[in-house]
Design a protein around this ligand. Sequence first.
Ligand code: NDP
Length: 326
Amino acid sequence: MNKALVLEQEDKKTLAAVRELTPDELPEGDVLVSIEYSSLNYKDGLAVTGIGKIVHQFPMVPGVDFAGRVAESSNPAYQVGDSVVLTGWSVGERYWGGYAQQMRVKSEWLVPLAEGLTSQQAMVIGTAGLTSMLCVMRLQESGLKPEDGPVLVTGATGGVGSLAVALLAKNGYEVVAVSGKADSHDYLKQLGAKEVLSRAEFEEKARPLDKSRWAGAVDTVGGDVLAKVLSQMHYNGRVAAVGLAGSAMLNTTVMPFILRGVDLLGVDSVMIPYERRVQAWQRIAKELPQEIMTQVVEEVSLEQVPEHAKNIIEGKVRGRVLVNPN
Ligand code: NDP
């Protein structure tokens, strides 16, 4: 038995339904994985609701990440029973993904589960957590140090934002969180934020340069919020731009760059090479406090995914949604 959530398109509308997959329907690949957990990311929300045109062909099994055990392998690097994790590589958009009990994939998309993590924890972290660690790595590699000053995280109650708050705090940074959810203050402070600011403050039109407030920032929102953040960076401040939960547009001026030497650092988690993935997962396993993983999570079945997909697009999700296909 191999139950999956399958997306079909009818009259340009995306329809999502749980059904059995037959073995010959599975795509080509050298490793078959029995999936223990997948997760719900913003991109999955776009795919499942059909609001974002990110699915390349139908039928599609969505789910941009998963963790599980190898069930069959023709690559000697992976043995039956090995615990593996997959994120990125356009899985769940171009190739069939994690909302299934079993999936066949290319072994080069997999990484071994980092020591110290269970597959459940790996998907509480998921693409969102991996991406937030990549943001921390980008900021640190660009020279940002805790003593430089406060670091801002926007879209802070989201998957990437929540885990960025926790990881930055764990690395000794003073974290200031920006959230549109008025009731999120206690949650964000428990994750490690020193202060929580209202999103409304960042949606006002940005001046070319505003009061200098932040040494670093992780921006998951884009649009006016990112423009505002850029205008408030310290001299030589660094901003990791990672998301577009608000908008894909960026209407700004060159002033933060040419008068304050601000660095805008792009962060991608989809195509990063194997070695950097392994390095990021190892750091997460060491640095993400265990209690955070239970604080940020809600578990749902395949049948419940469509309703939660709608919620994530509407910005109603707090933390991470874990998908259990079994
Ligand atoms: P979530 O939906 O979990 O989080 C996004 C958060 O942004 C929300 O919780 C909300 O936080 C805030 N938000 C939502 N809608 C709006 C809006 N209209 N205007 C301003 N803020 C809004 O998504 P993820 O954490 O999974 O992903 C965050 C972003 O990062 C997405 O755009 C996603 O596509 C991108 N991403 C990029 C990756 C990469 O490789 N570059 C990898 C993974 C994600 P609050 O209510 O607290 O303000």
